[in-house]
Design a protein around this ligand. Structure first.
Ligand SMILES: [Zn+2]
Length: 393
């Protein structure tokens, strides 16, 4: 992953504010009219806060997520139940033991577990304030019957430990509709292109492999809107739908196929405005220099693997399947071609010397930034493995 080492200028921020953020400020009052919320919520999402959310750079953006979840845990419960219930005292096994019981043949046992479970849920929820648990326990005056309670626990367990979806109907409308206040729909094609032009990115920062297409028609209009990824997914963080530093121009594959809606905040992923690969080796190649030289610069086999970095970058490399994607037959063939080109240009004679003139034989451009240079890091590591050159990165 390549670091996006740019910030937004005052002019870009002003343009973004006028095109996008001002619309959110204007709809704020009508949003809370339509979706009533406690005064604390309405006061919290003030004009100032909306502006802060829109423009906070990544370290502060992360702190704002924590602060928001701390003030309004309901947002975490609704959108990130696994995080919200991380301290839930019952194991998946304990819940399974109850939900898998046949009520006809083990009614007494089920009744007994159900009583214990209800007491546990009640005690847990005294401080937790979970809407979900309150809904499970609410069925006055005698409490939910055994079968209803068992079904509710089964679906609760599926949200906590499986892939079950949370029942949104039990949450307040302002929680369910918050994405409408921070409407990504206002980020039009023109706005998206302006942002990407400013960042000046042509190769996806996540994979450094795919082009970020921004096709222009003959009349100058944009013919293809590049994908903009929400680094912290807006499906999980609806209040970050129009946060400038949550936008990462990316290729469609990284955006839609690989990353999807993974919680990048709580699982230690590296934010591309903060972290990127460095000169430290990332890719290793199974290449034998002697066989290469004796084979007149030809390689029969060439494999590569991603070297774990021991940093949050490893999560990003995994999520985007960099090793698998870089091992594609076309990539391997390209690397062999670069090596043969260099060999035929005589680079092998200088293999132990530093001669940056040969870098171009590998289609490596020392001065071109990695955000505009496909596979720059891959080629950099390959050069260092193939020769003793230490190219500028
Ligand atoms: Zn990509």
């Amino acid at each position: 992953m390549i670091l996006i080492d740019k910030t937004y200028s005052k002019a870009i921020k002003l343009s973004f504010r006028q095109a996008v953020v001002d619309k959110a400020l204007q709809r704020r009052a009508s949003f809370f009219n339509r979706h009533p919320a406690p005064t604390s919520v309405i006061n919290y999402f003030s004009d100032m806060r909306l502006l802060q959310l829109a423009f906070a750079p990544p370290p502060r953006l992360g702190r704002m997520i924590s602060q928001l979840h701390g003030r309004f845990p309901v947002l975490q419960e609704r959108y990130l139940p696994k995080v919200f219930f991380a301290d839930f005292p019952c194991t998946t096994q304990a819940l399974d033991n109850f939900t898998s019981l046949d009520l006809r043949s083990h009614r007494a046992q089920a009744q007994s577990i159900s009583s214990t479970l209800k007491a546990q849920l009640h005690a847990y929820n005294l401080n937790k304030g979970s809407h979900l648990i309150a809904a499970i326990l609410t069925d006055p005056p005698t409490g939910p019957d055994l079968a209803t309670f068992r079904d509710a626990i089964a679906s609760f367990a599926s949200c906590l430990y499986g892939s079950g979806r949370i029942d949104a109907s039990i949450f307040p409308a302002w929680v369910n509709n918050l994405h409408k206040l921070f409407s990504y729909g206002d980020v039009t094609q023109a706005v998206a292109v302006e942002l990407i032009n400013h960042l000046d990115i042509t190769i996806c920062p996540y994979c450094n492999q795919e082009e970020i297409e921004k096709l222009t028609a003959i009349d100058g209009s944009v013919d293809y809107r590049p994908a903009i990824d929400h680094f912290y997914p807006k499906a999980l963080y609806p209040f970050l739908g129009i946060s400038l530093y949550n936008f990462v121009p990316s290729c469609d594959k990284c955006n839609s196929n690989y990353k999807q809606e993974i919680d990048t905040f709580h699982n230690g992923y590296a934010h591309p405005f903060l972290y990127g690969v460095s000169a430290h080796p990332l890719i290793d190649f199974d290449y034998d220099p002697l066989a290469y030289m004796h084979g007149n610069g030809r390689m029969e086999n060439l494999g590569l693997r991603v070297i774990p970095q021991g940093t949050p970058l490893d999560n990003n490399l995994n999520i985007f399947s960099i090793q698998t994607r870089y091992r594609s037959s076309q990539n391997i063939q390209n690397l062999k071609d670069y090596a043969e080109l260099a060999f035929s240009a005589g680079a092998y004679q200088t293999i132990l010397n530093v001669n940056t003139n040969y870098l171009i034989c590998f289609l490596y451009h020392p001065l071109r930034p990695a955000l505009k240079h496909q596979h720059k890091k891959l080629k950099y590591d390959f050069l260092r493995r193939l020769t003793t050159l230490t190219p500028p990165f």
